[in-house]
Design a protein around this ligand. Structure first.
Ligand code: ATP
Length: 237
């Protein structure tokens, strides 16, 4: 169903062994939307993204364009266009920038299509095109995040899931990464953004999900977060 949301999560529950990290969570992302997930340490933000991919034991329903996605098959979920940039970036340090990027399109047989995607990635991150032969592990933190996002884009995602892309980055570098996300989103890409640095996430988001102790405590507009005294104190202190 092309009119159904690109990503629709219903009653998603996840656990690590006996630890329940996510309780009956709902999330809907329509075409071109950027949705932010906020919440304190341990709230279950990373678990939500990992459960959508099927990287952690979970129950519930995840649909893309109305089609139910398997709950324990991350490759199938990625093939459906739901692509994760994990916390810590998950790039391969000893491999070159070019090798890391091409990995994102490993399923694409058409070489010209791979080259088209590379060109698009370099348009967004010109610096990567100057560092193709450099090992990814020797790049700066910000550049490594660009490699991680670039590799995800090589898969031509419908929905990009990002787990704290600003983690460990200087404010200026964070701003640069988020500006790139804004451009991607404006060009039509749907995004789910997990961020601790709430003010930056709020500038981009159409909706904010607040998680606490594995539960969704609120789904609100960015303005509501800013005008809500308690939340504002919590997230902007
Ligand atoms: P942070 O910002 O600190 O990463 P988060 O909101 O992303 O926090 P999660 O990482 O999703 O939170 O963790 C949710 C809960 O699940 C926490 O109580 C955490 O201790 C637990 N947890 C996460 N990963 C594991 C794991 N591999 N094994 C056991 N428990 C885990």
């Amino acid at each position: 169903d092309p009119h159904a949301p690109l990503l629709q999560v219903r009653g998603l529950t996840a656990r690590y062994g006996h630890v329940r990290a996510l309780e009956a969570t709902d999330l809907t992302v329509d075409r071109g939307e950027l949705v932010a997930i906020l919440g304190p340490n341990g709230a279950g933000k990373s678990t939500l993204l990992r459960a959508i991919l099927g990287l952690v034991a979970n129950t519930g329903e995840v649909r893309s364009e109305g089609v139910v996605l398997p709950r324990a098959d991350p490759v199938a979920v990625a093939s459906a266009g739901i692509v994760l940039v994990p916390e810590g970036r998950g790039i391969f340090g000893p491999m070159t920038v070019a090798e890391n990027l091409r990995l994102g399109a490993y399923r694409v047989r058409d070489r010209r299509e791979v080259e088209r995607r590379l060109a698009r990635t370099f348009e967004l991150f010109p610096r990567l095109s100057e560092r193709l032969g450099q090992t990814a592990g020797s790049m700066s933190g910000g550049e490594q995040q660009m490699v991680a996002i670039g590799r995800a884009l090589m898969a031509d995602p419908k929905v990009l899931l990002l787990d704290e892309p600003s983690l460990g980055l200087a404010p200026r570098v964070t701003a640069e990464i988020l500006e790139t996300l804004r451009r991607l989103n404006q060009s039509g890409l749907s995004v789910v953004l997990v961020e601790q640095k709430a003010p930056l996430a709020l500038e981009l988001a159409v909706r904010v999900h607040l998680l606490s102790l594995g539960r969704t405590v609120a789904v609100i507009s960015p303005d509501q977060v800013k005008s809500h005294d308690e939340l504002a104190r919590y997230y902007f202190a």
